[in-house]
Design a protein around this ligand. Sequence first.
Ligand SMILES: NC(=O)N[C@@H](CC(=O)O)C(=O)O
Ligand SMILES: [Zn+2]
Ligand SMILES: [Zn+2]
Length: 345
Amino acid sequence: METITLTRPDDWHLHLRDDNALNAVVGHSAAQMGRAIIMPNLTPPVTTTEQALAYRERILQALPDGSAFEPLMTLYLTDTTPPEEIERALASGVIKAVKLYPAGATTNSDSGVTDLRHCDATIAAMAKAGMPLLVHGEVTDSDIDIFDREAVFIERVLKPLLERHPTLKLVCEHITTEQAAEFVTQAPDNVAATMTAHHLLFNRNQMLVGGIRPHYYCLPILKRERHRQALLKAATSGNAKFFLGTDSAPHAQGAKESSCGCAGAYTAPAAIELYATAFEQAGALEHLEAFASLNGPRFYGLSANADSITLERQAWQLPESYPYGDGQRIVPLQAGETLAWKQVN
Ligand SMILES: NC(=O)N[C@@H](CC(=O)O)C(=O)O
Ligand SMILES: [Zn+2]
Ligand SMILES: [Zn+2]
């Protein structure tokens, strides 16, 4: 039986939601990941240290008994986040980053930043403290095509941001284009990126050919094959700037299978298996451990996890759906499909 043993991976971009949804999904991540960077886009968003600490307690409460999963918290940046909030966050010891959502760019981003220049003093405090800024990198201008929003964001927002704050630790979250892979590759070592399994595995045809498949709809949206190839090349290159961030983003089945469906792919139940499939496809399974388990902690200044997980080559079928609380169901990406790898411990 062919197996892969890896230092236990971490998820550097995860949505866990709250209340019954949190209870329903947290176990999937905790079964695979040692730690995860928890996204703050709740309603209302997690904008203060106090709210982040309370949210962390709710996550710990929701964990299966005996789980050692560690939630690494983030703050949601707004136009008015004061520099002092960064000092409080740093002092908490459990808030590891600040998240930038351009206002209106994605799910629960209405309180996001309208103009990043409003945040310069706070970002200067972050650069000084070594607190990373995690960026949902898409412009929201109505005249910019949805497929171009990431590439335009790099030129209009990210490059000027780094000119103003050259030492800022910056993570381009869930990158989806060759332009983003190129930008991060060329940038200094304080700039890194997360990549999702779905952007490494699928292009936009998967979502749109032969019928519209709402479970493949996420933001940034799946792109052309050329971009997927560029991402896969960067992820499997051994370059330490690229690491695992699932962007597993749960929404109830009814909210996805709708005339106006929510953005977000639920990948947590088989995250590491999906990444293994992508790396195997690129003939680069030997680089999976660095991407999944080593590069992320190194960027965040943490040690790698001390334990490991094992995947076995074993065909198994992903369930059609899981319970999502309040009588609802949630459909994972690749529901009902046969996967080639299975985590066995
Ligand atoms: N990725 C998504 O499509 N959705 C995320 C938000 C995000 O990460 O942009 C969500 O919270 O649902
Ligand atoms: Zn995002
Ligand atoms: Zn996300």
